[in-house]
Design a protein around this ligand. Structure first.
Ligand SMILES: [Zn+2]
Ligand SMILES: [Zn+2]
Length: 266
């Protein structure tokens, strides 16, 4: 049987390989951002977000990069001076020119690519799992976009992201916040004026308070810059009250760059 058996098994293997290749030719995984073929189901090599560049040496509260002398997880000087109302931040990547996450966010926010909510939410699920954090009685709350900007864009990117993430994590998404007024984005606001700018920019949707009361909130936004927006939102949520407020976002702007960012009112 020897020769025949060997031939048969080669044929079988060959046949299987052809089928696999055929299958791949029919369904090649494509980068969800640029459409080029990719090695995984979400992004090509050029568009896969890079690991963060500071080896975890970041503030345990606001996630800002720390000076080299300080170990990761300690509080930065800003948080020592004024503790933000949120309890922690997890960011997928550094928001800077050389990180592909910037291309994703720009396309998602300003390029009409509403369809990117799902792959970006899948990245946030990975981030969440890597973080090892656990929440009891968790609930997702998106940072709300001003109605005028929502009208201009046709959708609210943080809400799209929160809804997609809610499906993937099996957690409820409750848009419990609204914009109380628009916040100016002109000029180059420093940290202090940013905080003054957004302090009462958010309000609770009273009818939704009962759905978040006592729960652990994951506040969802695209980019965290000075942290003023997340702080103002967390302050409103803690007034409900809720158990804790953590921030999950795609990009963390840090270092010298963040003072010049046109923040998250976007
Ligand atoms: Zn790509
Ligand atoms: Zn900090």
């Amino acid at each position: 049987m020897g020769a025949w058996g060997a031939g048969y098994s080669v044929l079988k293997r060959g046949g299987r390989r052809v089928l696999e290749e055929f299958g791949e030719a029919l369904y090649p995984p494509l980068c969800r951002l640029c459409g080029r073929e990719s090695s995984d189901a979400i992004a090509c090599d050029a568009h896969r977000p890079k690991p963060r560049g500071d080896e975890g040496r970041r503030c345990g509260v606001c996630d800002r990069p720390l000076p080299e002398a300080l170990p990761g997880g300690t509080k930065c000087w800003q948080c020592r001076r004024t503790s933000p109302a949120f309890d922690w931040v997890e960011a997928l990547a550094d928001y800077r020119a050389e990180d592909p996450v910037r291309d994703w966010i720009l396309a998602f926010k300003h390029g009409g690519r509403r369809d990117l909510a799902r792959p970006l939410a899948a990245y946030l699920v990975e981030l969440w799992e890597r973080s090892g954090r656990e929440v009891e009685n968790g609930c997702l709350v998106p940072v709300p976009l001003h109605p005028l900007r929502r009208w201009e864009r046709g959708y609210d990117q943080a809400r799209e992201l929160a809804e997609a993430l809610g499906e993937q994590l099996s957690l409820p998404c409750v848009p419990a916040l609204k914009r109380a007024r628009d916040t100016p984005t002109q000029g180059a606001p420093g940290s202090r004026s940013r905080h003054a700018n957004v302090r009462d920019a958010f309000a609770l949707r009273a009818s939704r308070a009962s759905r978040i009361e006592g729960r652990s909130i994951l506040l969802i936004d695209d980019v965290l810059t000075s942290g003023a927006t997340a702080d103002a939102c967390a302050r409103v949520l803690k007034g409900v009250p809720v158990q804790e407020v953590g921030v999950l976002c795609l990009g963390r702007a840090g270092g010298a760059a963040y003072a010049h960012e046109q923040t998250g009112e976007s």
